[in-house]
Design a binder for this molecule. Sequence first.
Ligand code: HEM
Length: 463
Amino acid sequence: MTAHSLAIAPQRFRPAAPEPLERDPTLWQLLTSEAGRNPLRAVTKDAFEVPYRRLRALNFVFHGVSDPDQIKHVFVDNAANYRRPRLVHRILSPSIGEGLFLAEADPWRAQRRMMAPAFLPSAVASFVPLFAEAAARAAQRLAGDGEVVDMHEETTRATLAVIDGALFSGQTGMPFDETSHLVRALAGGGTEVTLGLMLGMSFLDMAPRQRRARQARRVLISRMAAFIHRRADEPDPPDDFVTRLYKAFLAEHPRDEAMQLTLDNAMTFFVAGHETTANGLAWALYLLSGDRQAQAWARDEARAAWAEAGSDPAALLERLPYLRMVWDETLRLYPPVHRIDREALDDDEVCGARVRRGEVVTVWPWVLHRHKRLWDEPEVFNPENFDPEGKRGRHRFQYLPFGAGPRICIGQGFAQAEALILLSRWVAEFSFAPAPGHAVRPHADVSLRPQGGLPLMVRRLGA
Ligand code: HEM
C-alpha cells in the first residue's frame, strides 16, 4: 500500500459524465438528436453491466464487447481475421489517406516496420529535452494571476508545438491559432453518425459544421502538401521523421506515390500525434482541479523532480510515479480514443454470438474503463487504481487507452513521456481550480474532448 492510499482520503471526486440512457436510441434519434452528435450520450445503462451487446443501424451490425478475454481474442489471437471497418475508412481517408492508421495488410506491415525505429524508447528519450523546452515555454505563457484560462487551448498549443518540433523539425509552417481551429473543425464535423456516411453518399451531409469540416480538411491538406513539396526539393533537408519517410518511400515507389504516402503519413502523425495527447492532458488538469489532495501530492512530486533533474530532463520521468498514476487514471476515465472498431474478414464467434463476415466488433474504452464488473467505483477519480496494489490481478485487456495487439498505438511511449513532462511542469508552477459557473461536458468526436474547452482558474505558486 502506498503512502497516498494510507493517508486519510477526503471524499473522492466524481467527474462529469453524461447520464446513461434506459434504452438504445432509435436510428431517427441518432440522426436528429444530441445522441448522434455525441456518442457518449447514446450509451445505455446496461452497456456498463453486461459483457456483450448487439446493435443494429440500417444494414450495419455492431458487436459491442466488454469481456477482456474476448477482446484479446479479437485484437490478438484472431487479429488476422480483422481489419479497420470500411465505415472508418470512409470517415478518415479523405484526411489521412493510406497512411499508417488506415493502411491494411502488407502495405501496413511495411509502413509499421519502416516507422517503428522512430518510436523506440531510445528515440523517445532523444525527444525528452524538446518536451522539457516545450513545457517551460507553455508555463511561461500563463500569467497565473488567478484569471480563467482555457487550458484545453493551452494543452493543444503545447502538443502541436511538440509534434511539429519532434517529427517535422518545426518547419510545417502551420500557425497555432489557425491550425488548432482547423483541426477542431475537422474533428467536430467529420465523424458524427449521418445518413450520408451510412449510405456512403457524402453529398447528403450539408449541415454547416459538415461543410466547415470539409473546408478545414482542404486547407490543412494543402498546407501540409506545400510543406512536403518544399521538403522534397530541399538539397540538404534536416534528417528528421518526415525526411526519412520520404526517402524510404522513394526507394520503393515512383516520386508521385512517394510524395502522396509521405503526405498521408504527415497528416496522420500531425493529427494523431497531438490531438489525443492534448485532450488527455486537458482531462488530467480537470481531474486534478477537482481533487485538491491529488493535486497537492502531484505538485510536491513534480517540484522535487524538476529540482533534482537539473540539466538532465530524462531523469524527470523516473521521478514522477504518482503523476504517472494520475495520468493512467485520466486515460481510464477519459480515454481520448473512446472507441476502437474492427470489421470481420471471415465469420467468427465472440461472447457466444456469431460474428458474420463484414460485421463490426466494437470495443469502447469509455465503457470498458467504467464497467461495473471490472472496476470498483468506476465513476470516481482514484489514481490508486494504478498503484502496484491497484493493478494486481487486473486483466491486461480491461484497460486499453492505447489499444492492443499488432495495431497498438505506435506513439504510446512518445505520448506518455510528453504528457508527464508537460503535466509535471504545469502542476509544479500553478494551482488549478474549477472556473465558477462552468459545467465541464465530455464530447466524443474523433477523440474525447471537453466540449467548449476547459476553463480553469490558474494561479502561479510561490517558489
Ligand atoms: C494520449 C495519447 C494517445 C492515445 C490515447 C492514443 C491512442 C491510440 C489508440 C487506441 C490506437 C489504436 C487504434 C486501433 O487499434 O484501432 C492508436 C493508434 C495510433 N496512434 Fe495513438 N494515441 C496517442 C498518441 C499518439 C501519438 C503521440 C502518436 C504519434 C506521434 C500516435 C500515433 C498513432 C498512430 C499512427 C496509430 C495507428 C497505428 C497502426 O494502425 O499501426 N498516437 N493510438
